[in-house]
Design a protein around this ligand. Structure first.
Ligand code: SAM
Length: 156
């Protein structure tokens, strides 16, 4: 199952870019024998000031047809890392070819796209900047792969 990180905004060179690259690289290596990955990033930018709706349309185009969709949203479900790993394994075992993880822009994720999501997850009730959410998502995807691989990276 390919993993797609679909996000508003370009992550330029800097600490967040370096962290995302590192976690996605590790995820690619750990996930391959598990049938997870390779991870791909899809960055979208609406230069016409169309706001959340225009961003939602660009994000929707970045989501592959038939993909399981998980939106990142502070109002979503808070889950443990092993629970998140189980969700991924469940989608993979159900034969999903793609899973897309969607991070919105300053105004959040358009309800039209949100309503198509299989899952909405929250990294807590506080709002985080989208670039930090991308780092946290990359880390949690890598962590999920290590949990499914039985590696000692994740400790309770
Ligand atoms: C700056 S936030 C926008 C918050 C916006 N006010 C809203 O209503 O969604 C940008 C994106 O980061 C993600 N995000 C921010 N905080 C989050 C959290 N606590 N949990 C999950 N995702 C979060 C969401 O995808 C959000 O669309």
């Amino acid at each position: 199952m390919r993993l797609h990180l679909c996000a508003v905004g370009r992550l330029r060179a800097g600490p967040e870019r370096a962290l995302v690259d590192d976690y996605l690289d590790r995820l690619g290596k750990t996930g391959r024998p598990l049938g997870l990955g390779p991870p791909e990033e899809h960055e979208v930018e609406d230069k016409r000031g169309g706001g959340m709706v225009a961003e939602g349309q660009l994000l929707a185009r970045a989501v592959p047809a038939g993909a399981a969709i998980c939106v990142l949203d502070e109002r979503g479900r808070q889950m443990t890392s092993p629970e998140f790993a189980e969700v991924l394994a469940g989608w993979r075992d159900a034969g999903r070819q793609d899973a897309a993880f969607v991070i919105g822009g300053a105004d959040g994720i358009d309800p039209a796209l949100r309503s198509r999501a299989d899952l909405a997850i929250s990294f807590g009730r506080m709002v985080w900047p989208h670039m930090l959410v991308r780092v946290m998502l990359a880390e949690q995807l890598y962590r999920a792969a290590t949990i499914l691989a039985g590696s000692p990276y994740h400790r309770v």
